[in-house]
Write a protein that binds this ligand. Structure first.
Ligand SMILES: Nc1ncnc2c1ncn2[C@@H]1O[C@H](COP(=O)(O)OP(=O)(O)O)[C@@H](O)[C@H]1O
Ligand SMILES: [Mg+2]
Length: 435
């Protein structure tokens, strides 16, 4: 990678950041610009996909041709064919005149098709044709015309999933995806968050002739840990809000103040990856955190059972049949496939679908085990540890039962354990199912 070239492109297009993923994406854009290949830019909303289309056009041999950006999600389904490919007079109600489409007027240039995943199936067929051999037909015409347009497309949805759901043509997907460019989400760009925040607040201060705001160390840390579901667009809005509302005080912004500007993130954020507890501290990690607790409880229980078993063997020198008989339950759970996989991430993933039976968003933040962190667990003494774990386990069972109206079957599913195990635990903890 030619880092110098990457840096100069960043400067030219006003792109801030040094994250390796960003540099890599820019480098691919530079390399591919000179070719005439179709490019598909993927990345979450607000991650900065638009600049990439401009880089590609400006560094290509088409740079003196037209560049036009079209948001496929913003054009009504009934008019998108005509907007892109034109129409003949009288071809539909309202078509009082003949009209040229963008593929005709941008001949020799570049069209940026943003939110390509929103393109209707019929339009997709027309697009495929123009990509394959440069041919298109105006709506209401039968005359085949030729054009020479380079297409750069962008999407914030998983197009392959859309293909599987029958919403996006598979052939078009592969045709578009000749060269993919992935723009990383802001939360994966580390220090870039701070760089961007500083840029936006200084820009803003300059524009309004005020002092740029400053963050305390704790506030900076909080900003770096925030998941930014809206990516750079969201960070920019937040930077402006704080600048407007807090510049008066002329003080360093503390974490406490900053929290007010960072909205709680729902666990339903479509593209947010699964986050393990401790990755960042906001309300949305409760469900995952609880699941991780569950994995810990179960491992703990299995360990204790095993310890007891080994002790029994060593102390009493009982034979195998005796051991089996005395530990029927333990062996039953082992046989019923209630084992926890060695990989905790897999274990949590295995548990996640079941937990959806009960809406995890219904959790009241106040009764989730928010104040206990993973560090707390490792630092507690062994006895306290198992006691508090048992307490949490009981709490979780009571909660699951309550939310499934005491239907054991659903509560067990939600907890990711067998009904039999749940039954055993209800007895063990003497849980009253009536309240
Ligand atoms: N690296 C960057 N440096 C500075 N501003 C950026 C950067 N990337 C994006 N932006 C700004 O963030 C906002 C969102 O970018 P945009 O390209 O519209 O996102 P997307 O198209 O991926 O939804 C725009 O205001 C853009 O100017
Ligand atoms: Mg966009």
């Amino acid at each position: 990678m030619n880092l110098k070239e990457v840096q100069s492109v960043k400067q030219r297009f006003g792109i801030i950041g040094n994250a390796p993923g960003l540099n890599y994406a820019i480098n691919v854009a530079i390399q591919v610009a000179a070719t005439d290949l179709t490019v598909l830019i993927t990345g979450e909303s607000g991650s900065g996909k638009e600049s990439f289309s401009k880089i590609i056009h400006s560094l290509s041999s088409r740079k003196h041709g037209q560049f036009i950006a079209i948001n496929c999600g913003a054009i009504p389904e009934g008019t998108i064919d005509s907007e892109l490919f034109g129409h003949e007079k009288g071809s539909f109600t309202g078509a009082v005149d003949q009209r040229k489409g963008y593929f005709e007027t941008t001949n020799g240039g570049t069209i940026f098709l943003d939110e390509i995943g929103e393109m209707p199936m019929g339009t997709q067929a027309r697009l495929l044709r123009v990509l394959e051999n440069g041919e298109f037909i105006r709506v209401g015409s039968s005359k085949v015309q030729k054009t020479d347009v380079r297409v750069v497309a962008a999407t914030n949805v998983n197009l392959l999933a859309a293909v599987e759901q029958g919403k996006f043509r598979e052939d078009l997907y592969y045709r578009l995806n000749t060269v993919p460019i992935f723009v990383p989400p802001l939360r994966d760009r580390g220090e870039d968050i701070e760089l961007l925040f500083r840029k936006f607040t200084t820009d803003f201060a300059e524009r309004y002739r005020i002092n740029p705001i400053q963050l305390s160390e704790a506030a900076k840390l909080m900003l770096l840990r925030y998941p930014f579901p809206g990516n750079i667009r969201q960070l920019k809005n937040i930077a402006e809000q704080i600048s407007i509302l807090e510049s008066e005080s002329n003080k360093v912004i503390e974490a406490e103040t900053l929290t007010k500007y960072l909205p709680a993130v729902s666990s339903q954020t479509p593209q947010a990856p699964m986050v393990l507890p401790g990755a960042y501290s906001d309300n949305n990690s409760f469900s995952e955190r609880e699941l991780l607790y569950k994995v810990l409880f179960d491992m703990r229980r299995d360990m204790n059972d095993l310890k007891r078993l080994v002790l029994d063997v060593l102390k009493n020198e009982q034979d195998g049949h005796e051991i089996l008989k005395n530990n029927k339950e333990l062996f039953e759970t082992l046989q019923s496939g209630d084992l926890i996989p060695a990989d905790p991430e897999k274990a949590v993933a295995r548990l996640l679908p079941a937990s959806n039976l009960i809406d995890v968003d219904d959790y009241d933040a106040s009764d989730a085990p928010s104040e206990v962190t993973v560090e707390d667990i490792t630092h507690e003494t062994e006895e306290d540890d198992s006691l508090s774990l048992e307490k949490k386990e009981k709490e979780m069972i009571v909660k699951a039962l309550r939310r499934s109206n005491n239907k054991r079957k659903y509560a067990a599913q939600a907890l990711g354990i067998s009904e039999r195990t749940l039954y055993r635990k209800i007895k063990q903890y003497q849980i009253d199912e009536e309240d």
